[in-house]
Structure formats: C-alpha cells, structure tokens
Design a protein around this ligand. Structure first.
Ligand code: ATP
Length: 359
C-alpha cells in the first residue's frame, strides 16, 4: 500500500501525508499567501529574504539565486511565488524530475525573460548533465548548447537574460557542493509551531468562508504535524463534518469528533503511525526490535514503516532508532496510555498479541 509521498505517489490515502494530493493542488492556489507580509511563521527566513529582495530592488538588479530546503508542504512553492511577486517578475515553475536532458533545461533557460524567477522544485533530482549546465547558467548567465554527436559535436554558446533561480529541495545535504555554493541565499524551512498553524487555519478558514472558533483552530493545528498543507487539508475535512453533522461552525468538539472519524489523533498520528507504535509496545515490550520484524507485525513493507511512519514518530520523540533496533520512548507509552513492563506490577504489558489483534 502506498501511504505517502516518499516516492511521488499521491498522498490521497493518507490524510496526514505531507505531499500535495489532487484536491490540495486544486485549492492551494486560493490559499497561498501573496506577499511576505501574509506569509505566516518562518520569521528568520522572512526577515533575511526581505533584506535580499529589498536590496536587489534598490539596486534595480535581479535577486540572487535562492535555495529553499525543508520538508514537503512547508511553503517552498509559496515562497518562490512571493519572491517573484515582490520583485514584480513573472515566474516559471518546473521540477528536477521533469528535466532529464540538458536540452530540456536549455529550452527553458533560453525562453526566460529578463528578471524572471525560475522555480525548480526537487532540484536534487535533476539529471547530471542538466545540473552541469545549470552551474554555468547560474554563474555566467550563459549555456553551451551542444549540437551534433561524437567528434563532430560543437558547443554553441548562448547568452541568457539575468534570472533568479529558486531551487527547492527536501534535503539540502543531497545537493552537490558546487550547486549549493552557487546560491546567494540559502534558507532552511522549519516545521511550524502550533500557534503559527492556528494562524494558518484561521486565515484559510476566512478565505474559505468557514466559521471557526479559536479552540477549533487550535485543535486542528495540534494535529497538523507542523505542516501548513496538512493543516489546510484537515480544515477542509473538519468543515465537511461541521456542515453535515452540525451548523457549520467549527468548535473544538466538532474538530475533535471529525478528526476521530478520520483516525487522526490528538498528536497528529494516523492509523499507520499508531499501528507501528502499538506493535512496538504491545508485542515487543517497547523494543528493541528490528525494523523488518516490526514491519511484518503491522503487515506493511519495511520501507513503508521506515520512510512513511518512522520519521514523524522519531521527530515527535515517540520512537528511537538504535543500533540494536527500534525502541519506544516513555512518551510513546504515555501517548498510547499503556504501562511499560518494568513499571507494571504483574508485567501486564508485553503480552499484547491478543490485545492488538484479538476481538
Ligand atoms: N507560511 C505559510 N502561511 C500560510 N500558508 C502557508 C504557509 N506555508 C504554506 N502554506 C500553505 O500550505 C500549502 C502548501 O504550501 P507549498 O505548496 O508552498 O509547500 P511546498 O513546501 O512547496 O510543498 P512541496 O515540497 O510538496 O512542493 C499552500 O496552499 C499554502 O497556502
């Protein structure tokens, strides 16, 4: 089963997946902040970017190339659009996987207008020849187009108008240093704090014309895994529930009841996350247990557990990856309201096969 974004699969099966599903794509345009002032959170990034853009504007120059790193759904595309808007420039959007040949990149670069912003999502997934062409384009606003093959091949230099490349990557560490070094400004986007996500939820609710109480927004924000995209998606599901089951107003109780239907718990864990934790606690006494064993216990592929469920559990401090295997933290026992074996008088926990799969 595909649960999430790790391999570009739509996240439609997973309400708390961070990649955009089709519905997200359809509504996100309407919810995107249009300028830096509207962009919530990421204070440092905003402040620094504001300086970079103001200075470029004052000089009448094209802004430096910008590299944005951070998990999916944190606002990299949104920021790239804001950069273009703040510079009064058009934007072209493409992605690393879409550029498999240097010629694909040459075609895009040679059609850019002066000052245009080129947003290259998943820049770490570009092909090597395209990446090498990009080095020269970023530095000298020039590319060599190779015409012909073999010994007769010739390089035709092509001048490019100055442009701003905005590269986005989930992991800046994956970029080769020569590429990373060519960005004038690099920003790492962090997961959002709950109070920032509350503001995202309020803002989106007002754009969608949905009534929401502060407690309702807090309830949604707390389950959104630090990610605005997830906050907006949960808001839409809660809105549906509020319309069908109540008078449309989102209160704390309505938000909690709606998200219980979708099996997203108070901390943002979904069914898969909880199944992994439950197996770890109930079947293996909290570990250590090997990844493959854990995956078999929850009936999932090893990769699904490792790439889809674990990162969030680790980030939340519920699970630790150790050389001896996966281990539950005290917070995991507390979250599932279970007692660790050494704390239980009769060792009640740890014999949970029946608890987990029994009637
Ligand atoms: N700081 C923010 N303030 C308000 N809304 C935000 C913010 N950041 C992101 N969003 C909202 O979250 C949604 C996802 O943002 P965006 O598409 O920019 O994320 P991304 O990092 O580019 O994701 P991906 O890596 O999957 O392309 C957008 O609809 C946007 O409205």
């Amino acid at each position: 089963m595909n649960w999430d974004d790790a391999n570009d699969t739509p996240a439609s099966e997973r309400l708390v997946g961070a990649s955009a599903d089709r519905e997200d794509q359809a509504v996100e345009a309407a919810l995107r902040p249009k300028d830096l002032g509207e962009f919530i959170g990421q204070e440092k990034v905003r402040e620094q970017l504001d300086l970079v853009l103001r200075a470029a504007r004052a000089r009448g120059a094209t802004a430096d190339h910008v590299l944005l790193s951070g998990a999916p759904g944190l606002g990299k595309t949104t920021l790239s659009m804001i950069i273009a808007a703040e510079m009064g420039a058009p934007i072209r959007i493409t992605s690393g996987p879409a550029i498999q040949h240097a010629g694909d990149l040459a075609a895009i670069l040679s059609s850019l207008q002066e000052g245009e912003v080129l947003f290259l999502d998943e820049i770490h997934r570009m092909s090597r020849p395209a990446e090498e062409m990009l080095y020269m384009a970023m530095e000298d606003f020039r590319v060599d187009v190779i015409v012909g093959k073999g010994p007769g091949a010739t390089a035709i230099p092509l001048e490019l108008p100055p442009f701003t490349l905005v590269g986005a990557t989930t992991r800046a560490g994956l970029l080769p240093p020569p590429l990373r070094d060519r960005f004038g400004f690099t920003a790492h986007m962090e997961f959002y704090e709950p109070h920032e996500l509350e503001r995202v939820v309020h803002r989106s609710a007002s754009l969608l014309d949905v009534g929401i109480e502060p407690d309702g927004a807090a309830e949604i924000a707390g389950r959104s895994r630090g990610t605005p995209r997830i906050a907006n998606r949960l808001l839409r599901r809660v809105r549906d529930y509020a319309q069908v089951k109540a008078d449309g107003l989102i209160t704390r109780d309505i938000a909690a009841a709606a998200l219980a239907v979708y099996e997203v718990d108070a901390r943002g864990l979904d069914r898969l996350d909880r199944a992994v934790l439950q197996a770890l606690l109930k079947l293996f006494g909290g570990g250590p247990v090997g990844l493959s064993t854990l995956a078999v216990a929850v009936g999932e592929e090893r990769e699904t557990v490792e790439e889809v469920a674990e990162p969030f559990l680790v980030r939340e401090g519920l699970l630790a990856r150790t050389p001896r295997g996966r281990v539950a933290t005290p917070a995991a026992w507390a979250h599932l309201e279970l007692t660790p074996p050494h704390a239980a008088a009769g060792g009640a926990a740890g014999n949970g096969q029946q608890d987990l799969f029994g009637a």
